[in-house]
Design a protein around this ligand. Structure first.
Ligand code: FAD
Ligand code: NAG
Ligand code: NAG
Ligand code: NAG
Ligand code: NAG
Ligand code: NAG
Length: 597
């Protein structure tokens, strides 16, 4: 999705910046001390959870170091549907780009990551999916720690989630299962608050084709298969981010300090503990050429810089694949070859259709309508801008008799887990391609949920100011291409339902010509990109495994003093989007950290 340049400019300009309220340090010279019990690197999704939970204990002194600015006062970080305007290529983004992807016709892909308080939870699309029971079974079996299984993680769902009713009072009966949703947690989660004609047409289409597209009352009950209503990290018409939910409400605690504009450049070895190199010092700077500051963490350094940031910091510190570090002039200190490897991501195939009913395109296209919607949001927190990017999504499997299974073992996490996902949006959603000047659109994002491709991230240079080489190796396996091809045939069947009559005009652009496998494959390679769900670059594994980066309790292997808590430790891709698993991992990680000190 993309808003016109003028609108983007307006949103990012001072017109929509409100005064900053809470005390967050912006300059290193304001820091009252240079020694803390815990130093958390990255005030993002996981980092803000850890900061909140560790400072529940009064005696813990905690510092959060965040490379980007505060998220306070940024209107697009608050108005749900405007979130996507915060990236790419803004002061709130790391501006990463992948290396040329052979599986995508050699294209490079923008690889957005939030660079401000709340991290990617402040800029994401807010789709809220916990994943399947089988995902958590997988996390437990890969790591050898039953603490990660679905049953044990329920208590963290209870602590974390605050399920709320939509602000406009729309009935939610039949749209979710209240029995599986706690209402006393921290992060506001809700069902859609704004409908368009897409909703009823889609619900009727799946009724007509219920054998292939069964209705799923609640994909967050652990059984993901089927089509259902989207739950979003939105509460009372406002984005719920990790910073708005976990961090800002506790910045008044005297034992929590937060410093923004502080980019960590290196972790420093401070000695040897129990025969292992110990790391208790963190070096950071405010920018290239800026002064270097050093801060001590007496108990632990908690690395929460995300799937790209975390391995990058480790590598800059001499922790990683020694040969690769030497090649860029970094002296290796700890040989951990899995750092930065096994980068795993979901793939999106955006599919726009022309329709005749009302959509959100005009909101983004027409300044008067935008202003009216903005006024409605400011007045009552309702209307299209209060809604997420999608009202329905579903998870599906390719047929079990597909010939690909003669060559490849099914990588899905079980017979109740999916290979692909559909997300339906009532407007033009094609990443980084502007909405055409005319036409009303609906979009189906068809996403690869169970990818077999694996990539890497590694240093391009020994300088912390030069972006790493990021190579997700998108669509580098037959299986991955097969799933997306089958997904196209699947939505072509769905879109042939009679229920679309009177609404659907037809597939837009090249999507209209997909009559053979070869044409579908060419379309996929030309159009696919990322769902922004990279994981696994600091994967957990059993303590004694020869691979992996952290133990099942998320301690950095071969080292004393460092814990990793963010999406990089997820050992396998979830059935859905990554924010909820990251939040739940962080909630359990906070307990693990508390119980070891
Ligand atoms: C555009 C976009 C859309 C998405 N949509 C969805 C969605 O709809 N649903 C969903 O579930 N997931 C979505 N995701 C993915 C989800 O948001 C992420 O998986 C999740 O937020 C990652 O959390 P994290 O804690 O690992 O990293 P982050 O939240 O990215 O936090 C990392 C933090 O560390 C900071 N940092 C990094 N390096 C340094 C350093 N050297 N020094 C100091 N600070 C540093 C960063 O600035 C950032 O604040 C989306 C992501 C993006 C980018
Ligand atoms: C990302 O790009 C924007 C726009 O060019 C720029 O202002 C910002 O500083 C860049 N961010 C980083 C981390 O380089
Ligand atoms: C990648 O992950 C798999 C397990 O999913 C593991 O067997 C393999 O050793 C890992 N590779 C690296 C380089 O860490
Ligand atoms: C919309 O609002 C902006 C900012 O308040 C203003 O500059 C602009 O003139 C308005 N446009 C229209 C068409 O009302
Ligand atoms: C798979 O099974 C379906 C339904 O039984 C059948 O229509 C289809 O032809 C089969 N496909 C293959 C590749 O055997
Ligand atoms: C799949 O789900 C069904 C229905 O919930 C359940 O009966 C079955 O045991 C599940 N299968 C596995 C392998 O988990």
């Amino acid at each position: 999705m993309h808003s016109p340049v003028s609108l983007r400019h307006l949103l990012l300009s001072s017109v929509f910046v409100a005064p900053v309220l809470s005390a967050i340090f912006t300059n290193p010279n304001q820091l009252p001390c240079d020694t803390y019990d815990y130093v958390i690197i990255g005030g993002g999704t996981a980092g803000s959870v850890i900061a909140n939970r560790l400072t529940e204990i009064n005696s813990n002194k905690v510092l959060v170091l965040e490379a980007g600015p505060t998220d306070e006062g940024i209107i697009a970080a608050t108005v749900p549907l405007l979130g996507p305007s915060l990236v790419p290529d803004t002061i709130y983004d790391w501006n990463y780009t992948t290396s040329a992807q052979p599986g995508l016709n050699g294209r490079t892909i923008k690889y957005n990551r939030g660079r401000l308080l709340g991290g990617s939870s402040t800029v994401n699309f807010m789709v809220y999916t916990r994943g399947s029971i089988d995902d958590f079974k997988k996390y437990a079996s890969i790591s050898g720690d039953e603490g990660w299984n679905w049953a044990n993680m329920q208590k963290y769902i209870t602590k974390h989630e605050k399920f709320m009713q939509p602000i406009d009072g729309l009935s939610t009966v039949g749209e979710y299962d209240p029995a599986v949703h706690p209402t006393n947690g921290v992060l506001g989660v809700s069902l859609p608050s704004d409908l368009t004609p897409l909703d009823s047409h889609l619900l009727n289409a799946i009724k007509e084709q219920s054998a292939e597209f069964p209705f799923n009352l609640d994909y967050n009950d652990g059984s993901v298969l089927g089509m259902g209503w989207v739950q979003s990290s939105i509460g009372d018409g406002v984005r719920s981010s990790s910073s708005s939910s976990y961090l800002h409400p506790v910045t008044s605690r005297p034992n929590l300090h937060v410093l923004v504009n502080a980019q960590v450049t290196k972790l420093l070895r401070t000695g040897t503990v129990g025969g292992k190199p110990s790391f208790h010092s963190v070096q950071f700077s405010t920018g290239p050429g800026g002064h270097s500051y050093t801060i001590k963490a007496t108990k632990e350094i908690v690395l929460s810089a995300g799937t790209i940031g975390t391995p990058t910091i480790l590598q800059l510190s001499g922790i990683g694949d020694s040969a690769q570090l030497q090649a860029v002039g970094i002296p290796p200190i700890v040989d951990l070859p899995s750092v930065g490897k096994n980068l795993t991501d979901h793939v999106i195939l955006p599919n726009p259709f022309l329709v005749s009913g009302a959509t959100y395109d005009s909101v983004f296209r027409n300044p008067a309508e935008f202003n009216a919607s903005m006024l409605e949001w400011q007045t009552s927190k309702t209307g299209p801008l209060a809604n997420g990017a999608a009202n329905q999504l579903g998870f599906f499997r390719i047929p079990s008799n597909n010939t690909i299974f003669k060559k490849v073992q099914d990588p899905s996490h079980g017979p109740n887990s999916s290979h692909y996902e559909f997300i339906f949006s009532p407007f033009w959603v094609v990443p980084n391609v502007p909405t055409p000047p005319t036409g009303n659109f609906m979009s189906i994002a068809s996403c690869l949920v169970a990818p077999t491709s694996r990539g890497f991230t590694r240093l391009a240079s020994s300088s912390p100011w030069i972006a790493p080489i990021i190579n997700p190796n998108f669509l580098s396996s037959d299986f991955d291409l097969t799933v997306l091809r089958e997904s196209v045939k699947s939505f072509q069947r769905l879109m042939s339902a009679k229920a679309w009559n009177g609404y659907l005009i037809g597939p837009y652009g090249d999507l209209a010509n997909l009559h053979t496998d070869a044409l579908i494959d060419a379309y996929i390679r030309a159009q696919a990109s990322t769902v922004y769900h990279p994981i696994s670059t600091a994967s957990m594994s059993p303590a004694n495994a020869p691979w992996g980066v952290v133990t099942p309790d998320l301690k950095l292997k071969k080292v004393e003093g460092i814990r990793i808590v963010d999406a990089s430790v997820l050992p396998a891709p979830p059935n859905g989007h990554t924010q909820a698993p990251v939040y739940l991992f962080a909630e359990r990680a906070a307990d693990l950290i508390k119980s070891s000190h």
